[in-house]
Write a protein that binds this ligand. Sequence first.
Ligand code: FAD
Length: 275
Amino acid sequence: MIPPIASNFVAGETPEAAMAHVDDLNRRGVRGILNLLGEHYDDRADADADAQAYVDLVRALAARDTDSCISVKPSQIGLDIGDEVFEENLARIVDAADCLVWIDMEDHETTDVTLDAFERHARETDGNVGVCVQANLKRTRDDLERLADLPGKVRLVKGAYDEPGDIAYREKARVDRAYREDLEFMFREFDDGIAVGSHDPAMVSHARELHAEYGTPFEVQMLTGVRETAQFELAEEIDVYQYIPYGTKWFSYFYRRIRERKGNALFALRAVVGR
Ligand code: FAD
């Protein structure tokens, strides 16, 4: 069972718990992006099992008629085992899905294979897939030029991986500047499909200004347990999706959330000491 302090960031251990969480969000105007926790499998059986879990999930979502989609990590469905394992499993999931299938972006060594897989499915499904790109990578502006001509959605994030300085901006202020510039490019060059994957009020405000200037539609995506009041408030005016991790592998995800931010650590500490 997930202890109460961790359950702020994770919707539960089962798909049923995650879908119940989506139902609650939908009632409050926020849509869901479900993510089964798991990554970096080196055993094909594990990758195949999670791919099958996603196939079962998208079928359950279609039957339940919720306002939601899914997000998958390449290394969860076999990328560390081989490109072809990842591609086979991704195709299984995309083929089974009525809803949009997001592909998360992992470290820079996976960028090319991830974007190639996205491009193939974006063309084949006429845009029923999405991909994440990271503003901290210096290559991202070029990648956005390629993505601007494709159907499908693109989520811009700042980047969660500790990348080397020759390929990535490492100072927060420089990453923030790149994020703003990438957003400007997207609002100027994309027809639609822009997702602002950030909790940063400055980036959300910038997106709203760009929307007012260019008229390009966009959505905001934030994580379960982070700035949820803001998510519900924003949803009164714009499209908001909550990225919802669930599953039994919750401990390392919870630990990352706690490590990355003092506010989360204080929240956990208050829960432990009961204040
Ligand atoms: P930060 O730059 O960390 O913080 C900026 C400001 O945002 C803060 O000053 C504060 O005002 C506010 N803020 C941030 N966190 C909190 C908090 N916990 N509580 C209150 N206020 C807060 N990364 C990848 O590399 N690949 C992915 O596929 C990927 N997918 C993602 C999907 C979603 C939906 C989201 C939201 C993030 C994803 N990320 C992904 C992570 C991302 O790269 C960043 O590491 C992470 O979002 C932190 O950057 P930030 O823009 O949210 O804000």
